[in-house]
Design a protein around this ligand. Structure first.
Ligand code: ZN
Length: 204
């Protein structure tokens, strides 16, 4: 039997959002014979993917990202010793190859996601460019942004998104041991949008 490890953040009214992003609002309504809900959700809420449109005005929307990037073998890298930023030097020992899906487990996962912390671990612009050069097929991280908050260096987004490499943010890797898995997580088909939530899991 296939064993799924859920690596998605829960979505509810108290879900922590990136500063300035809309809060999650859910209102459940009663019909005559059923219930249905109205959901207000930012496109970068919880576990989600960034599409090229997030960094480029004319970039492709989330519906244009190839679905094959979101299903297949992946590696979870142990970057839990890194404080501050993940650099190309931190990644250099991993022999990363073209086509790989790379998920970065940092101390963000250990600290949890119940409140916002400004000092999360992010990816440097230089490390993002290094990953883009290696032509990975997907990059994931356990923070709500791959980029340092407030930094003028947007290469963590642009280096990857300019090559059409999806960035999955808001992964909860706290229950995952570094190693090889199969990743699955398909984004919602929100036409032309800059990002979309997804339900992500590892098959181990
Ligand atoms: Zn995002």
């Amino acid at each position: 039997m296939v064993h799924f490890i859920d690596i998605s953040l829960p979505l509810h009214g108290k879900t922590v959002v990136y500063p300035g992003n809309p809060r999650v609002k859910i209102r459940t309504l009663r019909g005559k014979t059923s219930w249905h809900s109205e959901i207000m959700l930012g496109s970068h809420t919880g576990t989600h993917v960034d599409a090229p449109r997030h960094a480029f005005r004319d970039g492709g929307g989330v519906d244009r990202l190839p679905l094959q990037a979101f299903y297949g073998p992946c590696r979870v890298l142990d970057l839990t010793r890194v404080a501050g930023a993940v650099t190309a030097g931190d990644l250099a020992g991993y022999r990363i190859r073209a086509g790989e899906r790379i998920l970065m487990k940092t101390r963000n996962s250990r600290r949890g996601f119940s409140r916002w912390r400004d000092d999360y671990v992010w990816l440097t612009g230089e490390a993002a460019a290094w990953l883009a050069q290696r032509r990975v097929s997907l990059v994931g991280i356990d923070s709500l942004s791959v980029k340092q908050r407030g930094s003028p260096d947007n290469r963590p987004h642009t280096a990857l998104l300019s090559r059409g490499i999806p960035i999955v943010e808001g992964l909860d890797l706290s229950k995952v041991r570094p190693g090889r898995y199969v990743f699955i997580g398909l984004p919602l088909k929100l036409m032309g949008l800059d990002g979309a939530p997804l339900r992500a899991a590892l098959l181990g």
